[in-house]
Design a protein around this ligand. Structure first.
Ligand code: PXL
Length: 283
């Protein structure tokens, strides 16, 4: 039996409305990877589409959790960050990277802060500069096109896109530090939606698409990021991992649309997990 790999997911816990840790934990675990968690906040629901949510900030706990793990000499094969609520959390997460980085672990930052052309309501515009700094410390970043615009200081382009535009953004993002970039929300026509990847070491660019399902579904970025990391940790290349993540996310959205689920509650990824296990099998 191969040694179990261990990832740590640094995200919030939103009690209702599947996203962040309630997505990362089940997906990464079902991919055969131990998933440790460093919760950044506890919310009653996520912040998109629900009003009146509670928000308990856990910033104060982050350094002591990190110190305890350091004292135990805990090692992580991957560090995966998502929703971070403040500059202080960005700073503490950057310090966490410095402490737990090894020669061969993966640091994956999903710069969760915006979608559909707008910054999430709880963030101020300056937040993007702090997120850019954290991204510069990552091996892989996974922005959507709104986040990419904020990180590159370019105006948001709602698409459809051209290869020229996408490849310029990929290279601009990589020039800020991360050697691998995965852009989500890429489309050249109204029929398909997917991702583009860039590996600055090999120069390889790849695309993966699935049929577009109309509507906006919450938590899909976290589903995508969790599957991407799971596939990478199972030995798939960046382009293969992105294709697995695109098809898993699209299949989960399809099931959600067919079930008529309220889109605020996230996607029916649970019913897609058997497909992930199949996709991760090596022949
Ligand atoms: O899925 C991203 C996300 C994660 N966590 C919280 C959020 C959001 C997006 O709105 O509000 C708390």
């Amino acid at each position: 039996m191969e040694k179990l790999k261990r990832a740590v997911a640094i995200h919030d816990i939103s009690g209702v409305g599947k996203c962040s840790l309630t997505v990362a934990l089940p997906i990464i675990s079902s991919a055969g990877i131990e998933c440790s968690v460093l919760p950044t906040a506890v919310l009653s629901t996520h912040t998109g589409g629900f009003t009146g949510f509670t928000y308990r900030d856990l910033t104060e706990d982050m350094p002591s959790i990190s110190d305890h793990w350091q004292s135990l000499d805990i090692k992580f094969d991957a560090i995966y960050t998502g929703f971070l609520g403040s500059f202080q959390q960005l700073d503490l997460t950057g310090k966490f990277f410095d402490t737990f980085r090894t020669d061969d672990n993966i640091i994956l930052v999903d710069p969760v802060m915006a979608d559909n052309g707008s910054l999430y309501s709880i963030f101020k515009p300056e937040f993007a500069s702090g997120m850019l700094k954290l991204c510069s410390q990552a091996d892989i970043i996974v922005p959507n096109l709104t986040e990419a615009a904020l990180l590159t200081g370019t105006p948001y382009n709602p698409g459809p896109y051209t290869r020229l535009y996408i490849e310029k953004i990929l290279k601009q993002l990589s020039s800020t530090g991360p050697k691998k970039v995965v852009l989500t929300g890429v489309y050249f026509d109204r029929e398909e939606l997917g991702s583009a990847t860039y590996d600055a070491i090999t120069g390889e660019i790849s695309y993966a698409f699935a049929g577009r399902i109309p509507g906006y579904y919450h938590g899909t970025g976290d589903v995508f990021g969790s599957v991407l990391l799971s596939a990478l940790m199972n030995g798939f290349t960046l382009s293969e991992a992105a294709a697995i993540a695109v098809h898993f996310t699209a299949s989960s959205i399809k099931k959600t649309a067919a079930a008529g689920t309220d889109i605020r509650f996230g996607v029916n990824f649970e019913q897609t997990i058997p497909e992930l296990i199949e996709a991760l099998k090596k022949d």
